[in-house]
Design a protein around this ligand. Structure first.
Ligand code: IMP
Length: 415
């Protein structure tokens, strides 16, 4: 018994929520370790759709769910999610780290303002205050969940003294008394969930099954992604150690989630993006609209250069392929196997976004297939779909453990 990690290997929205939900029946505890309410998981059970931004999807299986110290928490959103669950008859067995930093209204204002100032060069953030909150954490001007229930007003006022000069320059007005009033209301509702998740997780990790659920995706990682067009945390496997207080020795298996094609929301390079008909087709058929912002996602073919890089850094053991059915009915399907840059072939994912922006994908083309939708057995998949999956698995040198052929729990092939 130990930890298993589920990590998105692309630019997020790989369908991690469904995979986490699928596996969570065999786990005792599901943990988030980074990001904030910029994430969005949709889980469909029967005819009911649940959307989460903060609470791990395992909550629907009545599992213990933990929000680790590496997460940034908007208490308003957390309260709303808890109330939504309670409204559906689910009392969440939730623990939130007392060390998790809190998103303040001014982080959200700064996020919006900085994006405005960046104009054409804006990141395309979710405007949830994620970057400014992590900036404050690193600058040691953050306020943590533990502070929410311990002298919150005094601590906030101390921070605001430093921040006011910056707010004046930006023309931001903060009503400190109103902020304190609102946040103390959240504190009352959240108090019973706040605790030391580090000791808790380490006390159970040797005896129980713990699932670490990555948010966003590896290519949005602040260190490994397409910086600065990234998020501000580490969705990579290393983020589990810093964001949940767990030793790397305790992570026994790493499952990489890969969508059968590629999507990206927000700005930044995406070599396999299809701006024409194919892109439209994938967006419509795959319902590629952000759970958090409702924005239409950019769509294109699967990119093995990026995926090999992701598998290398994360040490992925097994792959879960999602949304295979979205490719149903296409005449041909492409796989990017290299980049052409400056007349040469690149096999490595470049660190420079200026280079990545100029990379032209080199494709291997596969014959399409008619239908994988709702299939539940590997044997029932069309031969061309199997060829496509085999090719990806062989190139990545990693076995496929799950194939998802629809949004419902039962539309899943386990290998
Ligand atoms: P932020 O995390 O809101 O600062 O946004 C930074 C970048 O990450 C933007 O391109 C967002 O669209 C992207 N992003 C953040 N969260 C997600 C997610 O859960 N899925 C996909 N993209 C995300």
């Amino acid at each position: 018994m130990a930890g298993v990690a589920i990590i998105g290997l692309q630019w997020g929205d790989e369908g991690k929520g469904k995979i986490t939900d699928f596996f969570s029946s065999s786990f005792d505890c599901v943990v988030r370790y980074q990001g904030g309410d910029n994430a969005g998981h949709t889980v469909v059970i029967g005819n009911k759709k649940y959307k989460f931004h903060l609470i791990p999807s395992g909550v629907l299986q009545n599992k213990k769910v933990v929000i680790g110290n590496g997460v940034v928490v908007n208490p308003r959103v957390l309260v709303e999610e808890i109330e939504m669950l309670k409204g559906n008859g689910i009392e969440p067995d939730l623990m939130v780290s007392d060390r998790a930093n809190i998103i303040m209204p001014y982080h959200i204002m700064l996020d919006g303002l900085e994006e405005e100032l960046l104009a054409e060069k804006k990141i395309g953030t979710t405007k949830r205050g994620i970057g400014p909150c992590y900036s404050d954490k690193i600058a040691r001007h953050g306020i943590r969940m533990g502070d929410l229930i311990n002298d919150f007003d005094k601590k906030l006022k101390r921070i605001l003294k430093i921040k006011e000069k910056l707010f004046d320059a930006y023309g931001i007005k903060i009503d400190a008394e109103k902020l304190i009033e609102d946040y103390l209301k959240y504190a009352k509702k959240l108090e019973k969930y706040i605790g030391d998740t580090i000791y808790y997780l380490n006390s159970i990790i040797d005896d129980k099954n713990v699932l670490f659920e990555g948010a966003q995706g590896f290519l949005l990682d602040i260190d490994y992604g397409t910086y600065p067009y990234t998020t501000s945390s580490n969705p990579c496997v290393g983020g589990i150690c810093t964001g949940a207080g767990i030793s790397p020795k305790k992570i026994e298996k790493i499952i990489g989630v890969v969508k059968a094609y590629t999507t990206r929301v927000g700005k930044g390079p995406m070599p396999t993006e299809e701006k024409g008909q194919i892109g439209e087709y994938l967006a419509e058929k795959g319902k590629e609209f952000g759970t958090t912002t409702g924005r239409k996602r950019r769509c294109g073919w699967i990119d093995l250069v990026a995926l090999k890089y992701a598998c290398m850094v994360n040490g992925v053991d097994e792959i879960a392929i999602t949304k295979l059915d979205v490719l149903d009915g296409l005449e041909e399907i492409k796989v990017c196997i290299g980049y052409e840059y400056d007349g040469k072939e690149l096999k490595k994912f470049p660190s420079s976004i200026e280079i990545l922006e100029q990379c032209k994908p080199i494709y291997e083309t596969f014959k399409g297939w008619e239908k994988t939708r709702n299939k539940k057995n590997y044997e029932d998949l069309p031969v061309n779909a199997k060829r496509y999956l085999d090719y990806i698995s062989n190139e990545l040198k990693i076995p496929i453990c799950i194939i998802s052929t629809g949004e419902r729990r039962e539309d899943t092939i386990q290998l």
